[in-house]
Ligand binder design. Structure first.
Ligand SMILES: *Cc1c(COP(=O)(O)O)cnc(C)c1O
Length: 422
């Protein structure tokens, strides 16, 4: 049996493995669109885009074909001293779409956060300023490597490793429409500590792993103005919210002010292959551009940087955005999602209904320990893969989901909640 073999040889991410004594592990045989199929041909709807990476459905034929075509031409080469057409085109396109001027690549989200942190520190150093701290928001999440964890604030992932961290400061995250108090706190933090702060790192609009906390774009504009006034750079971590999730191509597009660094990953290849990028302006790039002897170069690298197969997938993802009017279509779909999910307000133990583009979330008020886990199990019985964050249930589907499938999700949840005793 595959399940037994799995548990014999695998150690799964983000899992207390002992839980699998009770919770079944589900090997998947194949997938198509929003559906995953196990070895008994049972179907599960991927309501969370497989950890927020999938944009256009599993085994999307356009992306599959783009990778297949690339596969027999060039699979991978080192990106130092050498280059390839796909990565050059992708970089040009990302710069044009975002207004940035240079792309630096890594192969997963946490790594690109490390890149942005190191780059910001090094930028100041090259400019003759010794700064060594980062500012982040409470309730933030930026990945699992040590630097990324240092600027994160989800206790569950972070607490154990706190003796290992970089020094940093945090400032209160806004929530909902209000942000005046949070701006004041940010301002006073900057007034006291700007001299030691390299950058303020922030997940724009939605703190996804932080229980889908959503806040107003004006906070971002004001925060960027304040940071720049105090000589502190701004890093936007759009790893989860980039590529249309928030209703625009980038969350940044809701802002008048622009960050100094834009980090992208997750959706960049449509969920097919790992790839990540940080975009910057030439002003930053130029701070590293000097005769070799001056020791100003950014000597960071990963073996799989700019992988040609991942790049082919990413270019096809951009083609799909351009040719299939995805952002416009999602605007209609997200209205439908809102209309359907809001009917769940009939249950008084469900609160804090919220939405930003293609992310919908609400909370369960419940005394049951690990209520989210209970919902996870009930949902599986109804063919839904949901993965609640604590007591927050969220819906973050691939963009190819149909209206019928959305209705099916909401009606299945209604049945679950009818039997649920909070
Ligand atoms: C997932 C995520 C990361 C980390 O990306 P990985 O590829 O999982 O390392 C960083 N920041 C945000 C906002 C994320 O959602």
């Amino acid at each position: 049996m595959l399940k037994e073999l799995d548990l014999l040889y695998l150690w799964h991410p983000c899992t207390q493995m002992k839980d699998h004594e009770k919770i079944p592990l589900i090997p998947i045989k194949k997938a198509k669109g929003v559906w995953l199929y196990d070895f008994d041909d049972k179907a599960y709807m991927d309501c969370i885009s497989s950890w927020w990476v999938n944009l256009f459905g599993h085994c999307n034929p356009r992306i599959s074909n783009a990778i297949k075509a690339q596969l027999d031409k060039l699979e991978h080469i080192l990106l130092a001293g050498f280059s390839h057409e796909g990565i050059i085109r992708l970089s040009q396109r990302l710069c044009h779409l975002s207004g940035f001027e240079k792309c630096f690549y890594a192969d997963n989200g946490s790594s690109i956060i490390e890149v942005a942190l190191k780059m910001s520190f090094h930028y100041h150093l090259n400019k003759g300023k010794k700064k060594n701290k980062f500012l982040s928001l409470t309730n933030s999440y930026h990945g699992e490597t040590l630097g990324a964890l240092s600027v994160g604030d989800v206790k569950l992932y972070k607490e154990t490793y706190s003796p290992l961290f970089l020094e940093g400061l945090s400032t209160k995250a806004p929530s909902g429409k209000d942000y005046e108090e949070e701006l004041k706190i940010l301002k006073s933090t900057l007034e006291k500590h700007a001299n030691s702060l390299c950058a303020f790192i922030i997940e724009p609009l939605v703190q996804c792993a932080g229980n889908m906390n959503m806040y107003h774009p004006n906070f971002l504009d004001e925060a960027i103005k304040l940071c720049h006034h105090f000589g502190v750079q701004v890093i936007f971590d759009e790893i989860a919210v980039g590529f249309g999730r928030t209703g625009k191509l980038f969350a940044m597009d809701y802002c008048r002010e622009k960050p100094d660094y834009l980090c992208l990953s997750k959706g960049i290849t449509g969920g097919f292959l790992p790839l990540a990028v940080v975009l910057v302006k030439n002003e930053i790039y130029n701070a590293f551009y000097a005769p070799y002897e001056e020791n100003k170069a950014f000597l960071h690298s990963h073996s799989y940087t700019g992988n040609a197969l991942a790049t082919a997938a990413a270019n096809e993802v951009l083609n799909i955005f351009e040719e299939e009017n995805i952002v416009e279509k999602n605007a209609i779909l997200s209205l439908f999602i809102k209309e359907k999910f809001e009917t769940l307000k009939e249950f008084k133990f469900l609160t804090n209904f919220r939405q930003r583009g293609m992310i919908y979330a609400f909370d369960i008020k419940s005394e049951i320990p690990r209520a989210g886990l209970l919902i996870y199990e009930k949902a599986l019985q109804k063919k839904l893969l949901l993965r609640p964050l604590g007591n927050t249930i969220y819906f973050m589907p691939p963009y190819v989901i149909s209206k019928e499938e959305i209705s099916y999700v909401v009606e299945s949840l209604r049945e679950i909640f009818k039997e649920f005793n909070p």
